[in-house]
Ligand binder design. Sequence first.
Ligand code: AP5
Ligand code: MG
Ligand code: ZN
Length: 215
Amino acid sequence: MKLILLGPPGAGKGTQAAQLVERFAIPQVSTGDMLRAAVREQTPMGLKAKEFMDKGALVTDEVVIGIVRERLQQSDCGPGFILDGFPRTVPQADALKATLSELGKNLDAVVSLQVETDALVERLVGRRSCRSCGRGFHVNFDPPAKAGICDSCGAELFQRDDDQEVTIRNRMEVYHQQTAPLEDYYRQAGLLKTVDGMAPIAEVQQQVLGILQAL
Ligand code: AP5
Ligand code: MG
Ligand code: ZN
C-alpha cells in the first residue's frame, strides 16, 4: 500500500497515519517529523530548515525531495508507506513520481482530509505531542489520561513551536497557495479520494479504511 495523506495543517494527517501504521505495519514517512528531528539534532540541514519552519514557510523543494528519496529507498518502505506532509508543491509531486518510477512503484491513492479553517486553528492551538515517542494528543478532542503526560510512554507533552496562532495563519496561507493545487494534480491522475476530516478521529479512520478496502 503506497499512500499519500493530503490536507492542510491540523487536518489529522499525523493522527490518521499513526493508526494506519499500527494496523498495516508499514512506515509513516512524515517530512515534518524528519525535519523536526534534524532541528533537534542541530544538523546543518536542520539549522537551515528551522528558519523556514519557524515562519510557517516551506523548506526548499531540493532539501525535502532529497530526504524523501533517500527514505523511500530503505527496505522497510518495500511493502508500502504512508506519506504525511509530502508532497507539498507541484515540483515535489513531480519528483515523487520520478522516484517511484525509478523504484518500479506506483501510488495506490491520495487521501485528502477536508477540514474547515476555524476547526484547523482550534486543533493546532490545542495540540500536544510527546517528547519521547512523538504521539499526538489534543487537550479537548483527544486528551491524555493525565494532563501533560503521554499515555503511551509516560514522557512529557509539549507544544510545537509553529503552533502559535500567527504562524498557524501563515501555514494556512502557504497551504492554499502552494499545496492545494495538488488536489487537482492528483484528481487528474485519477488517484484523489476525499474524506470528511471534520468527523471525530475514529470515524475519519473508518472512512480511510473504507477507501483502502475498495482499492
Ligand atoms: P508538518 O509537520 O507536516 O505540519 P503540517 O502540514 O502543518 O501538519 P500538522 O502536523 O500541523 O497537522 P496534521 O495534519 O498532521 O494534524 P495532526 O494529526 O497532528 O510540517 C511542519 C513544517 O515543516 C512546515 O510548515 C514546513 O516548514 C516544513 N515541511 C514539512 N514538510 C515539508 C515539505 N514537504 N516541503 C517543504 N517544507 C516542509 O492533528 C492536529 C490536532 O488535531 C491534534 O491535536 C489531533 O489530536 C487533533 N485531531 C486530529 N484529527 C482530529 C479529528 N478528526 N477531530 C478532532 N481533533 C482531531
Ligand atoms: Mg503532522
Ligand atoms: Zn510518548
